[in-house]
Design a protein around this ligand. Sequence first.
Ligand SMILES: Cc1ncc(COP(=O)(O)O)c(C=O)c1O
Length: 430
Amino acid sequence: MNTSDLYFKRLKETDTDVDLILGKELNRQQNQIELIASENIASLSTLNAQGSVMTNKYAEGYPGRRYYGGCEFVDEAEELALKRVKELFNCKFANLQPHSGAQANQAVFLALLQPHDTILGMSLASGGHLTHGAKPNMSGKWFNAIQYGVKKDGNDKDLIDYDEVEELAEKHRPKMIIAGASAYPRVIDWKKFREIANKIDAYLLVDMAHYSGLVAAKEYPNPIDYSDIVTSTTHKTLRGARSAMILTNNEEIIKKINSAVFPGLQGGPLMHVMAAKAVTFGEALKPEFRNYIKNVVSNAKILAEVLVERGFRIVTGGTDSHIVWLDLSPKNLTGDKAEKILEEVGIACNKNAIPYDPNPPKITSGLRFGTPAATSRGFNNEDFRIVGNMIGDVLDALLENDEKQQMVSKKIRESVISLCSKYPIYKEPY
Ligand SMILES: Cc1ncc(COP(=O)(O)O)c(C=O)c1O
């Protein structure tokens, strides 16, 4: 039986309410330029696997060691996903069962730390992630979380302050150092982190959630040889199923991670997502994925260049990745206001604090842009030049009177729709 025949036409017939909502979301995605750096457009094959019969299957345990019968085919899916992910990231061991990036990090903490241990991670304000020790997160509540940041000024302004990382490590002697970030657009020096961790005999966790697609395409350094554990989501630059993974080359560590994920933290793994992850890794192993990631990075560089031409400052002065981190302060604008007006014209992005931001987190002085989703639908360098100028026009108009502002917004909304119509997010019937 061809399984895809089973799903796609059904919903329309059985639940028009949900079908309508899904249709509205599809149209939103089609008619907006998606610049949220953590989002992407998964392939129809990934959606197909994720919406499959494996939804029905409980499979607590690991391949060949399950607590349920009938697991022979889900075992095949997990084994295949494991084989592919190890090839993709050149690693010896993997756990593909965490449901999300946050849970993957929790599993690492559960495996290797005790409550109240000291951890050292990058602060949210410098571009780090919530789960790296931020106060409102479990990582900040259950551990003694020390935070490093980026340089405030000088030639290295906005770049990770490795001297500070080293000083804090020597002073607080954390059991684990966490490297990786959510807004930091530059290459992170994994080797330097390893050297610091070695000095104090700490574990090094690299959370490459944002960069994993770039790593898979060999366009960003692979942290696997420098770290004890690597975590990542699978749906950002990796363009796959909404999920996560944990990688390591250390057999002792993988044993602890496996028991931390199940039964420590989770029950049954999501086997439909496992099948979708196998598809994701298969896609990322193809040469086309490498071309895609090269385009992601070159589009980000063009976007940064145009925004500088338009009088904005780019945090860190540019980008080595898919992220463009915009400082709105030269124009006296806030992230909050800029995000809203861009959303109105059909450009989706998120407000983001800039380092040493004088504005509170709900307002911010910055925006974070990312090129993975628009590049997936086919946007090229020329399109990103246009997008950069659209952003410039809309934000500059915020400094004009209401009438001028509305006129510009209307014109840009039309241009957004026209550009989007050139690039259907799904080329086959959905
Ligand atoms: C660096 C990093 N780690 C972890 C996560 C959490 O992933 P999830 O939203 O799947 O829990 C994110 C999500 O944005 C992230 O950027």
